[in-house]
Design a protein around this ligand. Structure first.
Ligand SMILES: Cc1cc2nc3c(=O)[nH]c(=O)nc-3n(C[C@H](O)[C@H](O)[C@H](O)COP(=O)(O)OP(=O)(O)OC[C@H]3O[C@@H](n4cnc5c(N)ncnc54)[C@H](O)[C@@H]3O)c2cc1C
Length: 456
């Protein structure tokens, strides 16, 4: 069946009058749940009776009917992509259940940059204000030569440039914000997926604890080592080009002086380091490197693998005093194998689709891996909006046709590690993309194409 062309409204359904935010202050979370329309004073002070009430009841009934006909979707993986998809699909009236292998969500020490393209999606999900409260808004995207400090390229990032802020934050703050719009009842922890089966009807999911589940469709958001990718595309190893990332988040009070108020990438001959604050009050600083690693060091789940801070300092001994000042102050660090894959031949099979690192894992050099997973979440929700079970496969194909040209180019540019290293090419195809409003029946913008204006 041909999928209908639908676009997500610019207003966030979570902010519609049919939803009342509920503050679960003990958990530090704000959730939303539908509220039945009833006569009485609205929050803006107006009084709702007659036509206004009928409109509200009508909207509530439409919403309920839509939810009754909508497919029920299982999301495997509660990382950035899975949680973002849970948020966007619920906004489209789709019921989701999220299955995550981890027993709990920990606060692992790493930062993350959210450029304006992903901030626009996060704004639509309803978490922008929460992020602004905590995150650091760097003055610019700054690129400097590692030893001399000479500026290779600087892009000031005022919010007006791409219509959304550029924020740097702790990963856990982003994850917590995404979790705040997904009810905990639909997140199932300790559920390691081992298999999926489909034969034209509902999809069955099998977990390591012996339990099973069923859904009308499945989204594989299970990261670079995706089990679902293995099942629908075939097993292979991710590409490891012998480089690792050292990273640490630490108290900026340990540094003798402040760093520049930018997100700075310091470029060396065969290595680089990116440094930025992760808190609005500049109380926390983060760095992430890319450095050649002798031997074949790959850790599968290595967010907790320790690095040797003395080896790290030695690797950057020839760098600018600001870099050395940060590394000297850093008490300890972790290390992570940098993995990527070539674009996959296909992102879906029947009623199973992949998003995020499960289908387009990339090096972190453009700071776009999570951003692309978050963009996927918005576009997938738009493709599924109003689609019945019969339309799921076509919706998945439409999603891939729009998204894949863009993510494949980003994978290639990120792998080459040339982004913003100089020149003056226009980055608006990347940062200006608006996943909520871009036309879906054309490929998403790639280099050379300015971001298309929002759909009317
Ligand atoms: C050093 C480094 C720095 C980075 N910096 C940035 C940045 O600044 N900005 C940016 O946008 N991106 C950045 N990225 C990329 C970003 O971290 C990833 O692209 C992003 O986390 C991908 O999200 P995801 O949800 O697809 O996968 P993940 O975040 O990996 O989530 C996958 C989830 O699935 C779960 N899972 C896996 N297998 C199973 C299973 N069998 N059953 C159930 N659950 C399962 C996992 O436990 C995990 O919770 C960086 C990456 C690295 C390595």
């Amino acid at each position: 069946m041909q999928a209908r062309r639908l676009s997500v409204p610019r207003t966030n359904p979570l902010r519609s009058p049919l939803f009342t935010p509920i503050n679960f202050s003990a958990m530090g979370e704000t959730r939303s749940r539908p509220r039945a329309a009833r006569p009485g004073p609205a929050r803006d002070g107006s009084y709702c009776t007659g036509r206004c009430l009928l409109d509200k009841v009508g909207k509530a009934v439409q919403q309920e009917e839509k939810a009754m006909g909508a497919p029920k979707i299982a999301i495997v993986g509660a990382g950035m992509g899975g949680m973002a998809a849970a948020g966007t699909l619920r906004q489209a009236g789709i019921e989701v259940e999220v299955y995550e292998q981890a027993p709990l969500f920990g606060r692992i020490g790493a930062g993350i940059q959210m450029l304006p393209n992903s901030m626009k999606v996060l704004r639509g999900i309803g978490v922008e204000a929460m992020l602004r409260e905590r995150a650091f808004a760097p003055y610019s995207h700054l690129n400097r030569v590692g030893d001399t400090g000479e500026i290779k390229r600087e892009l000031p990032m005022p919010e007006s440039l791409y219509g959304a802020p550029f924020l740097c934050m702790h990963r856990a703050d982003l994850h917590e914000a995404l979790s705040s719009v997904v009810p905990s009842e639909v997140i199932h922890l300790n559920k390691k997926l081992t298999g999926v089966e489909q034969n034209g009807g509902p999809v069955s999911l099998f977990f390591a604890d012996g339990t099973t589940a069923q859904a009308d469709a499945v989204i594989g958001a299970d990261g670079v080592h995706s089990r679902i990718r293995e099942i629908i595309i075939g097993a292979d190893q991710p590409i490891h080009r012998g480089r690792i990332a050292y990273r640490a988040v630490f108290d900026s009070g340990l540094m003798p002086r402040e760093i520049a108020p930018s997100r700075t990438k310091w470029w060396g001959e065969d290595r680089h380091i990116v440094i930025y604050y992760t808190r609005k009050d500049r109380s926390e600083v983060y760095f992430v490197t890319s450095v050649p690693e002798p031997g074949d060091w790959i850790a599968k789940e290595s967010w907790s693998a320790k690095g040797d801070v003395r080896e790290l300092r030695a690797a950057y001994a020839g760098f600018h005093p600001e870099v050395r000042m940060v590394l000297d102050a850093c008490p300890d660090c972790h290390k992570w194998a940098i993995l990527e894959r070539d674009p996959l031949p296909s992102w879906s099979q029947g009623r199973i689709v992949l998003i995020g690192d499960a289908c387009h894992p990339m090096t972190p050099y453009m700071a776009q891996g999570a951003a692309q997973a978050i963009e996927d979440a918005a576009v997938l929700a738009r493709c599924l909006n109003g689609v019945s079970i019969d339309g799921i496969e076509a919706a998945f194909k439409r999603f891939e046709a729009h998204r894949k040209p863009r993510t494949s180019r980003i994978q290639a540019i990120s792998s080459a590690n040339t982004w913003m290293s100089g020149g003056d090419d226009d980055p608006s195809w990347l940062y200006g993309y608006d996943a909520w409003n871009v036309p879906l029946d054309q490929p998403a913008p790639t280099p050379g194409a300015a971001a298309r204006p929002a759909a009317a």
